[in-house]
Design a protein around this ligand. Structure first.
Ligand code: IPE
Ligand code: IPE
Ligand code: MG
Length: 245
């Protein structure tokens, strides 16, 4: 990267293509998922080095529960193994680790590890790493609506107080800034029920690289793409230039 300017504050990633990576090598799908953990490690390091403040990784969607049972249990075992192996290192690197998603759907052992990892790293001041597991954008909106409904029923909030901020506050990302840049590997150009609300104004970057092969070259290409964008939020280009000058 030429200059350390115009770096996205929050990067979200749909890590896709593990299965195809394995298939190309005549390996079972789980070999692709295992290899994907290495790309996660690399991406976390790169994000921290480049000055990204929040990194949100889509690891397992609400819809991924529909995959063959063996693949789902293998993925859950891999999450447990990766947490066992990686959390101390993340902690040493001042990374704060958090999880978003329907954790009540996860095995108690995995939930205990998630809670422990969040607790261990809560005071870290470096990169904030959010892992989306059992996460779906529609589920996220539903759980926010349920929270609001409960608060309304208990007279803790009035209907007039429900606005963008009130809804965002009750979503999984809470008051964190929206992702500025969404990266999706694996060639598909879709959102697949990721952060539906929060991606409203994200810049979208897609690549054909399969997730286990993702690295510095692709990450920097995405950052360069981002640095070239003019974010207008509905304004005209002239208005934005006037603001900048
Ligand atoms: C992404 O890779 C990882 C998860 C969804 C858990 P895939 O497993 O979707 O890989 P492809 O898309 O089948 O290649
Ligand atoms: C999106 O990938 C979910 C994750 C990367 C965790 P999928 O492979 O599940 O998406 P679709 O099914 O191709 O849309
Ligand atoms: Mg896929």
């Amino acid at each position: 990267m030429a200059a350390n300017e115009n770096i996205p504050q929050h990067v979200a990633v749909i890590m896709d293509g593990n299965g195809r990576w394995a298939r190309k090598r005549a390996l079972p799908r789980h070999a692709g998922h295992r290899s994907g953990v290495g790309a996660v490690r690399k991406t976390v390091e790169l994000a921290a080095q480049r000055g990204v403040q929040y990194l949100t990784l889509f690891a397992f969607s609400s819809e991924n529960w529909s995959r063959p049972r063996e693949e789902v249990s293998m993925l859950m075992a891999l999450f447990i193994e990766a947490l066992q192996r990686e959390v101390d290192e993340l902690h040493r690197n001042n990374v704060r680790l958090e999880f978003i998603g329907a954790r009540e759907q996860l095995q108690p052992r995995l939930v205990d590890m998630i809670v422990a990892a969040e607790k261990q790293t809560i005071d870290n001041t470096g990169l904030r790493l959010l892992i989306a597991v059992a996460y779906g954008g529609r589920w996220d909106i539903v759980q926010a609506v349920r929270k609001l409904y409960g608060e309304l029923a208990r007279d803790e909030i009035t209907a007039d107080e429900i606005d963008d901020t009130a809804i965002a506050h009750r979503l999984q990302l809470g008051d964190l800034p929206d992702p500025d840049l969404l990266i999706r590997t694996g060639g598909e150009q879709r959102i697949s029920n990721f952060l539906l609300w929060n991606l409203a104004y994200a810049e979208l970057w897609f690549c054909d690289t399969l997730w286990p092969d993702f690295g510095e070259q692709q990450f920097d290409a995405a950052l360069e793409f981002y640095a070239m964008r003019q974010r207008r939020y509905g304004h005209t280009g002239d208005q934005i230039e006037a603001l900048g000058s």
